[in-house]
Design a protein around this ligand. Sequence first.
Ligand code: 5RP
Length: 224
Amino acid sequence: MNASAQQQQKQAVAADALKYIESGMILGVGTGSTVNCLIELLPKVNLKGAVASSKVTEDKLKALGIEVMDLNFTGELDLYIDGADEVNEHLQLVKGGGGALTREKIVAAASKQFICMVDESKWVQQLGVGFPLPIEVLPQARSYVARELVQLGGEPVYREGFVTDYGNLILDVYGLDIGLDIEKVAAFEAKLNNIVGVVCNGLFTAQRADILLMATADGVKKLT
Ligand code: 5RP
């Protein structure tokens, strides 16, 4: 798929996602180029406010006059909408290409429903093969965590020059055998979280999508 076809799919899936947003809602808003297509459409909906999953998203929402709220004061959100770097048939995800994985996982966890919007290039059989798995680490633990990831068969690459919204670093990990089985992938997420110094990893299994909207050449498909 060329870049222009992919952009058209991002716009199509964002337009479809708009249908799920109700007037008066406080919406959890993800991060990335697909979400940016949705943000442009949000002035059409009469939101009470939004919780942003990154500083970048926060700035875009504010620029449109949408009130950005603190998750500590909103209570549980009805809906979170975000993109993904990869999705498998169990609607488990790899996220964090934009480095916002921790804040994204928090907002997803604090929401009743997570709708994930992707173009069809994101659909994969096995997570972590085509796209490296992002892992947010505390700065002091970067080398230690990298050595632990090598023990697990991965090839961690330090995302140089990038600092997360929380002041941490990202390791993009190639070559991990995350597995295909739904339980195995979930166990892998927990194993990574158990490495001291890991803040969060980009596998979304407990926080997998409730609904996947996937743009294809034949229109937007809905998977649950
Ligand atoms: C950011 C993310 C994004 O959802 C993911 O990178 C997909 O982005 P895009 O819509 O630009 O392809 O996880 O941390």
